[in-house]
Design a protein around this ligand. Sequence first.
Ligand code: UP5
Ligand code: MG
Length: 265
Amino acid sequence: MSATQTRSNAIITAAKVLVGAAVVGLTGYAISRSVQKKRSMGGACCGCSKKSSASDANMASTSAAAAAAGSKKPRVVFVLGGPGAGKGTQCAHIVERFGFVHLSAGDLLRAEREKGGPVGEMIDTLIREGQIVPVKVTLDLLRSAMEASMAQGKFLFLIDGFPRNQDNLEGWNAEMGAFAQVEFCLMLECPEEVMEARLLKRGETSGRTDDNATAIKKRFQTFVQATQPVVAQFAEQGKVRQVSAADSVDNVWKQIEQIFAAVQW
Ligand code: UP5
Ligand code: MG
């Protein structure tokens, strides 16, 4: 193993320990809130006969978020597709035409990386390697951004580039499942050679640390191994709307516009 790889592994391990500690801290916080709430209700969970349990902790944090935003549920469309499929490009059109809030998980992570520290270093390393950041980090960023928009009365969200693997999906379901309504997953289907050409072209000016031939290959591998199985699960539930994304921006948009226009937002 090279010195660079050893250092990268050490950063990832240290940051995962930190993220793990944060999870324990947050879970403890949620449990203590849950216990306090139940104590004030005489030990019953909600006035029903169900016994209180620590496993209600997730529900406690979820319902706290829901209460903070009032009773209206956010409606979410996940936008998935390989690296360079055009997720960000098409999300901009959807925002303009249908008034969604666009949250790119990758953009949120890149902004968080700029804050530095061990978590920033972990994000930096994982993005360069085309690997997926632990769900706790991404979900905290997504939830904060959603809550900020909901406080302004915005309830329609495009979540771009998430969930990317099983860990992401399970984290979302546990933390947000009861809080947000997932309408469908928009899947941008595009051959690798088309995506690669787009990303290499963009890499000439983007400054993105993962827009180079080596990182692009790793991103493709991660997409096939980790993200496509998640899309397959949405498909089993009849929740995938697929478009062919290899065409021009305008022609891809025409397909997407029809899909969104068919829904009452
Ligand atoms: N372009 C777009 N559409 C075109 C078209 N129809 N015809 C011709 N050109 C087109 O487009 C890419 C380029 O192609 C642009 O130059 C565009 O003009 C052109 P873009 O719209 O940016 O495509 P997009 O699919 O958004 O590509 P992006 O590179 O953003 O996809 P990734 O999924 O790789 O990137 P993301 O930012 O989502 O994630 C980056 C990394 O963050 C991940 O690899 C991972 O390490 C990490 N991450 C997580 O760990 N967890 C998450 O939940 C999310 C990200
Ligand atoms: Mg993008």
